[in-house]
Design a protein around this ligand. Structure first.
Ligand code: FAD
Length: 513
């Protein structure tokens, strides 16, 4: 049976055709199912693909089922397209700021939005061969089934008229944009991450509902690409999961880029006025009308669980949090595991990746309690790819207070880091928390141009028990922005120079005169 691709990506140009050729070939014929599989994986995003490739590489008989496009949100409507659009928007922003660096142009940069989006589609297609159905089936030995999966019982999964029998199954169906129940929103029409990357024309005025990572990244990118963007946020702070000082730096920067913020604001209803969408926003008890051409929702993620018939397999779930799993990523059906956005609070590709590795180990090789790996053992960094980037790992000050953990905090502002000053990137800092009285790193926040790259040094230290004192002793090339991390180590070392130590050193040096 052939599976024509459900065409939900637009426009259908050469790049999107090439993409589909890899991740949902129009002439794909599902294989005949094996009598039984070691693992059947539902969902071909990062979590599912890594479980499938890893398990097959270890010799397991594996089937992977994908209802839409292999690659999942990350490749199709998430990380990859957003980072492409952000890259173009940064070029535009650098052009605008060029005079600060002594480079002058006449007038504004001419932004060809259609060309920006075409570049994104080309890059996405170029990267898609890695997740290709043919590669998985012919090179990696995974049986690829295109179609929607649902459980038919405790050991069977149905797809496209066939039943696949499994010893272990893995649910990796991801999440989608949550939709707010705002009166009139449905009728007025809105964009989500599933549709925004299909645009070929720039919305002149864009309202972004929500100021989490997705909202902030896309708000700043569209503003820099020439839209007039207003962010509407319920809370008084953007990036609610981050430290207030970190979020404030980004807030200030986005305001300078021209983004307008309505904070502490609730969208009560949406009406239309001809082609305009009118948001009725309540702030401080007063109504403000916000007239825009498009609305983008970035108000959180909702797990994809509805179509799975989880009840048939005895798998418990929560409509908001997704499939219920224990620390070993096992569901309430002991033969079924889950990984990625469908079950985890960390909704990142790298989190899905490392969860998938835990699932391979636990599903295939653990015996009873022996050899079982835990999700809670992971040290998880994350980053919001705005300018500047905001990256974090481990505990925040608030987490430490809530858990009653005593910490010392060291902060190195970028305004005192030579390379950041030379680059004109002085908005930002490196902040590291250590266990009080020790150099054991418990967490860090970095706000910097490349904070997402810089945070890995701290993550490496945390994962391997390397203390802040050792980071101080590690030579960093001069001048780099990452040298700020070594300088935080110096700040820690200075605290070891207590008055007593100093007195003894002075006596020793006096003796050596
Ligand atoms: C705009 C945006 C930007 C992002 N940027 C980043 C970033 O920069 N860095 C980062 O780490 N993360 C980022 N993320 C998050 C990242 O995309 C997700 O965390 C990641 O894709 C989760 O992987 P997953 O495998 O759990 O789920 P998904 O990638 O969602 O894949 C799930 C797959 O399951 C399929 N499926 C669902 N139901 C069924 C069914 N019944 N039968 C068969 N198949 C089914 C879906 O079609 C989908 O292909 C971003 C997300 C968005 C929306």
């Amino acid at each position: 049976m052939s599976n024509a691709a459900p065409v939900t990506i637009e426009p259908m140009d050469e790049h999107n055709r090439a993409l589909l050729g890899h991740v949902h070939p129009p002439d794909w014929v599902n294989p005949e199912p094996a009598a039984k599989y070691n693992i059947v994986v539902i969902g071909g995003g990062p979590a599912g693909l890594i479980v499938a490739a890893g398990a097959a590489g270890l010799g397991a008989k594996v089937a992977l089922i994908e209802k839409h496009l292999l690659g999942g949100d990350c490749l199709i409507v998430g990380c990859v397209p957003s980072k492409c659009v952000i890259r173009s928007s940064r070029v535009a922003a650098e052009f605008r700021d060029a005079a600060d660096y002594g480079i002058r142009f006449d007038g504004e940069p001419d932004i060809d939005f259609a060309a920006v989006m075409e570049r994104m589609r080309k890059v996405r297609a170029d990267l898609s061969h890695v997740d290709a159905a043919k590669r998985y089936q012919e090179e990696l030995g995974v049986d690829i089934f295109l179609g929607e999966a649902k459980f038919s019982g405790k050991d069977g999964i149905e797809v496209a008229g066939k039943t696949l029998r499994y010893r272990r199954a893995v649910i990796a169906t991801g999440a989608r944009a949550a939709v707010l129940p705002i009166e009139g929103l449905e009728g007025s029409g809105y964009l989500t991450n599933e549709t925004v990357f299909s645009l070929t024309e720039r919305p002149k005025r864009l309202a972004v509902l929500g100021s989490g990572p997705i909202g902030c990244e896309l708000a700043q990118a569209f503003q820099n690409l020439g839209s007039e963007v207003t962010v509407v946020e319920l809370s008084s702070q953007i990036l609610g999961r981050e430290d207030r000082d970190a979020a404030q730096i980004l807030h200030d920067r986005m305001k300078r880029d021209g983004v307008r913020f309505l904070l502490g604001a609730t969208t009560r209803r949406v009406t239309t006025d001809g082609p305009e969408k009118v948001l009725h926003v309540e702030i401080d008890g007063k109504e403000e009308l916000l007239r825009v051409d498009a609305i983008l929702l970035g108000v959180g993620r909702q797990p994809n669980i509805e179509a799975l018939n989880l009840e048939a397999a005895g798998i418990e779930y929560d409509a908001r949090r997704g499939v219920k799993v224990d620390d070993h990523l096992r569901t309430t059906n002991p033969a079924v595991y889950a990984a990625g956005d469908v079950c985890m609070a960390w909704k990142f590709t790298h989190a899905a990746d490392f969860a998938a590795r835990i699932v391979i180990q636990n599903a295939l090789f653990s015996v009873g309690f022996l050899g079982r790996k835990k999700l809670s053992a992971l040290t998880m960094p994350w980053c919001t790819y705005t300018h500047p980037e905001v990256a974090h790992v481990g505990l925040s000050e608030q987490d430490a207070t809530e858990k009653g953990v005593a910490i010392d905090t060291f902060v190195q502002p970028l305004s005192e880091v030579d390379r950041a000053v030379a680059d004109g990137d002085t908005e930002g800092f490196v902040k590291v928390h250590v266990k009080k009285g020790t150099d054991r790193i418990l967490g860090a926040t970095i706000v910097a141009r490349n904070a997402g790259d810089m945070i890995s040094e701290i993550t490496l230290a945390m994962t391997n028990g390397i203390g802040l004192g050792s980071i101080a002793n590690t030579i960093h090339p001069y001048p780099t922005q990452a040298d700020a991390i070594r300088k935080v180590g110096d700040l820690y070392n200075r605290t070891r120079l207590t008055p007593t130590v100093k007195k003894w050193m002075e006596r020793w040096l006096a003796f050596r005169l």
